[in-house]
Design a binder for this molecule. Structure first.
Ligand code: DP6
Length: 353
């Protein structure tokens, strides 16, 4: 066991282009269909993990405390405890230590932005890093093995988090379109992306900053008896295959229609779950319609997408930044809660601090 007892990582959030929605039965956190995302470099979590050896080694449960932005947050501990219990079979030393976990996000709290991808990404990187240090001299991990381990651990915390550990687009879930892809962890999409899709950014338009009525985990669960689940999984497979080709070829029209269709399919699955529910709000629809209208008038390369909430992610080619910012400020801000939107570049890897 090394003398290495404190580690800190910063990890970006991500936004899916083809959505993970539904889990395979059997196994833990295995996706029912493949997904791909872009990391949001400028919306990130920074997590410090400090460990103290327990005298009672191999305790039956894990020992932890969690702080968010400097404040103790016992309400988050069950989810983190579950994460630690899930990684313990792969990293037995989890039960030998007390874990002090301090995390902070660089975006304001209560924006409705899913912080679990960044949070679990950063946490998983810290644990994989401890394990790498403990194994030093016994086993050497390549950088690829390290990232795959971190991605697997992140997946066990929150599925979508596993895609956050790569600067390149992250693919998660088996697909014949990318032979390295697996359900266990995400892998980077290393093919050359066409220059027309390689310089985009995301403006997250905050429509609703409240707690969601149905969490993502509950939403995934409702896919089990969903009448359209099988068709959706097939469609996601097809969309992922198409998207990889689109990204290589730089087919902008294809990109826009596929990404927007994916967002609407995600919400259509929510609306047709049993019980049905709705996470988009009137202002979500108003923003989408404004984007469609503006694109028709200007042909700007931009597309909206949604995560499991009311906020709209406006993805756009950065060569059009000035025009898009002006559009947001003059036409979209009235639909944003407290006139708030957050901008992020795309790509960029996690960092060890
Ligand atoms: C809509 O990863 O938050 O953002 O695995 O239960 O933690 P759990 O769910 P989560 O699901 C988010 C799904 C999504 C689409 C996506 O990111 O692919």
């Amino acid at each position: 066991m090394s003398e290495y007892n404190c580690v800190k990582y910063r990890c970006p959030s991500n936004i899916a282009l083809v959505k993970y929605w539904g889990k395979k039965s059997g196994g833990v956190q295995l996706p029912a269909n493949p997904s791909i995302s872009w990391t949001l470099t400028d919306l990130h979590a920074t997590t410090t993990v400090t460990r103290t050896k327990l005298t009672d080694t191999h305790a039956s449960s894990v020992s932890l405390e969690f702080f968010l932005a400097g404040e103790p947050k016992p309400s988050f501990e069950p989810k983190i405890r579950q994460f630690l219990e899930r990684i313990a079979p792969f990293m037995p030393e989890v039960k030998d230590f007390h874990w002090r976990i301090e995390s902070e996000n660089n975006f304001p709290h209560g924006t409705g932005i899913a912080s679990s991808a960044a949070g679990f990404g950063a946490l998983a990187l810290c644990f994989a890093d401890f394990q790498r240090a403990d194994l030093a001299g016994i086993q050497t991990w390549s950088e690829e093995e390290f990232l795959q381990t971190a991605s697997k651990y992140a997946r066990l915390g929150s599925g979508s988090a596993c895609r956050s550990v790569y600067g390149q687009p992250g693919i998660w879930g088996e697909t014949k379109a990318w032979s390295k892809a697996t359900d266990e962890f995400a892998v980077p999409f290393t093919a050359e992306v066409h220059p027309s899709l390689n310089n985009w950014a995301d403006a997250v338009l905050i429509v609703d900053d409240g707690e969601k009525s149905v969490s993502s985990t509950q939403g995934h669960d409702l896919l089990k008896d969903h009448p359209y689940a099988t068709s959706r999984y097939q469609q996601a497979q097809i969309n992922l295959e198409r998207l990889l080709e689109i990204m290589k070829k730089g087919d902008l029209e294809g990109f826009i229609s596929l990404v927007e269709s994916e967002a609407l399919q995600l919400h259509a699955m929510m609306m047709s779950s049993e019980p049905y529910y709705l996470l988009i709000r009137p202002n979500t629809v108003a923003i989408i319609e404004k984007i469609w209208l503006k694109r028709k008038e200007t042909q700007w390369p931009m597309a909206f997408t949604l995560d499991a909430g009311a906020n709209v992610h406006l993805l756009y080619d950065k060569s059009y930044s000035q025009s898009v910012m002006n559009f947001i400020e003059t036409e979209l801000l009235p639909y944003c809660k407290n006139s708030l939107y957050l901008c992020s570049n795309i790509g960029g890897s996690p960092q060890k601090n």
